[in-house]
Design a protein around this ligand. Structure first.
Ligand code: ATP
Length: 223
């Protein structure tokens, strides 16, 4: 589903954020990317989402070589990828319902279908009482769940999330993780960047550790 072949990424000429990274994440997999601040986790996620094009090497997502896609083709690729950003990126002046509906509006869904589907996912995340609320009136955990609902409402092939449990307490972390697991059971390939060792240890999934832009460890976290 996700393949990187000898990928390097430089933002500036004198420094590289990723160096010669090769990895394969099969369909249906659930992996954590970890490593210290600045190790290259967000950069790797941005390459998967085609927000960045590598300086060197190839990124292949669901059979499409991102490096060769035209500007017009990139939005089509992104439709199959749900993204949860570090800062949520919710629209402050729109309600919870409108924030989640956007994903389906872009895909051209009809109004009634959107209403049903959005309400269903918000209910499954315990947000049915918040549909008409705006994001700034929500707690951090609730905002994170809205961001997840927006990313998952169209059952994407891939879900990527950048530090999704960053500022949350243990109960909220558990809730977010179980949403990832359920999406994964439904067939979504999940890639989560986190430096939270406890989240990784409690999840028993594959872990890829980056250090200074290189993969230094790949391990299955055992129960
Ligand atoms: N837009 C940018 N311009 C220049 N350098 C950047 C940019 N974004 C990231 N970098 C550099 O690339 C390297 C990797 O950054 P990246 O954000 O991928 O790390 P990270 O592992 O996600 O860190 P964190 O856990 O703090 O989010 C860092 O040295 C960073 O300073």
């Amino acid at each position: 589903m996700i393949q990187l072949h000898n990928v390097s990424m430089s933002y500036q000429a004198e420094s590289t954020a990723l160096t010669d990274v090769s990895l394969k994440i099969p369909k249906g997999d659930f992996v954590f990317l970890t490593g210290q601040s600045g190790a290259g986790k967000s950069t790797l996620l941005k390459l998967i989402y085609a927000e960045l094009i590598p300086t060197r090497g190839q990124v292949v997502i669901d059979g499409a070589n991102v490096t060769r896609l035209s500007r017009k083709e990139i939005p089509y690729l992104r439709r199959s990828i749900g993204v949860v950003f570090q800062d949520y990126k919710l629209l402050p002046n729109r309600t919870v319902l409108e924030n989640v509906a956007i994903t389906l509006e872009v895909l051209g869904w009809g109004k009634r279908d959107i209403g049903k589907k959005v309400y269903h996912i918000l209910k499954s995340m315990g947000l049915e009482d918040k549909v008409n609320t705006t994001p700034l009136r929500l707690s951090g955990g609730e905002q994170q769940r809205v961001a997840l609902a927006r990313a998952l409402v169209n059952d994407p092939k891939i879900l990527i999330a950048d530090e999704p449990t960053g500022n949350l307490d243990d109960e909220n972390k558990e809730q977010i993780l179980s949403i990832f697991k359920e999406a994964n059971i439904r067939g979504t390939t999940v890639v989560v960047a986190t430096h939270d060792r406890r989240v990784i240890e409690n999840s028993h999934r594959r872990m890829i550790r980056l250090e200074k832009g290189r993969i230094v460890e790949v391990a299955d976290v055992q129960e």
